[in-house]
Design a protein around this ligand. Structure first.
Ligand SMILES: Nc1ncnc2c1ncn2[C@@H]1O[C@H](COP(=O)(O)OP(=O)(O)OP(=O)(O)O)[C@@H](O)[C@H]1O
Length: 247
């Protein structure tokens, strides 16, 4: 019996009085890369946030690494890249601090970082091509660069499951190729990936399964559809402001 890493079962989710997910099932198996596709507003972000317990279920259930969400505590096994940083609100954190915060999940005493933490953080920053910006405040970075900071932060936790909400949005072609390479390495290391995308582009060859949402329902679950990429923009309130809390 192989345990699913993520199991979302008949999830019903709404905001205020509006229902967004109408009974959605999604699973991610060990080592699998699953892409969530679908038009703007189809509920992709809501679904990943539901899977991580950031949005409450009205009905249905979520299981992570075989444990019901309510009882799940091993958050260090999961790296999350939210959709965007949001306004940033004048957060003074530097690139180095934000990525180092990803290591907090693995914190040993004493913090600050030991040699391993420092090495892993430096490698993650280098992997996304931002080594020359380590000491810069993230608020001085472009949107695509900020996205790469969050990717580095998730990588620095060395997670068994990477959940990424549109990791390539605003990221240029060269850095998207770099991301594809990084994700390939994580998969080779045995990690699983759940990612939301509008356009898979260079990520397509990595994807084992595509789940397409339409109107809050799963309309396809299987191989990446030939025309599976969807386009458009997004607007939503960032939920993960607490990403910025740096010890
Ligand atoms: N925090 C929120 N409060 C209220 N409504 C929300 C919130 N977040 C999302 N919604 C609504 O839920 C619906 C689904 O949004 P969601 O962000 O999950 O879609 P998506 O498929 O990720 O879209 P996109 O492709 O534009 O990123 C949309 O109609 C959106 O307006």
């Amino acid at each position: 019996m192989s345990m699913n890493i993520v199991e979302v079962d008949k999830a019903v989710v709404g905001y205020a009085d509006r229902r967004v997910l109408h009974g959605v099932d999604v699973t991610v198996q060990p080592g699998q890369a699953v892409a969530l596709l679908g038009a703007n507003g189809s509920g992709k972000s809501t679904l990943v946030r539901t899977a991580l317990g950031l949005v409450p279920l009205s009905a249905g259930k979520v299981t992570l690494f075989g444990t019901p969400l309510k009882a799940f505590k091993q958050w260090r096994r999961i790296g999350y890249v939210p959709q965007r940083l949001g306004a940033g609100g004048g957060v003074p954190a530097t690139v180095g601090e934000v990525v180092a915060a990803g290591r907090l999940a693995r914190r040993r005493i004493p913090w600050p970082a030991n040699a391993t933490d420092r090495r892993v953080v430096a490698e993650a920053i280098e992997a996304v091509g931002l080594s020359d910006r380590v000491k810069d405040s993230v608020s001085t970075l472009s949107g695509g660069q900020q996205q790469r900071v969050l990717i580095a932060r998730a990588l620095a936790t060395e997670p068994e499951l990477l959940v990424m909400d549109e990791p390539t949005s605003g990221v240029d072609a060269a850095n998207t190729e770099l991301l594809a390479e990084l994700l390939g390495q994580r998969l080779d290391a045995g990690a699983a990936i759940l990612l939301v995308a509008h356009e898979l582009g260079p990520l397509a060859p990595l994807i084992d399964r595509a789940v397409v949402l339409g109107g809050g329902r799963v309309v396809h679950d299987g191989p990446v559809p030939a025309n599976g990429d969807t386009a458009g923009e997004h607007c939503e309130t960032p939920v993960h402001q607490n990403l910025w809390s740096v010890a």
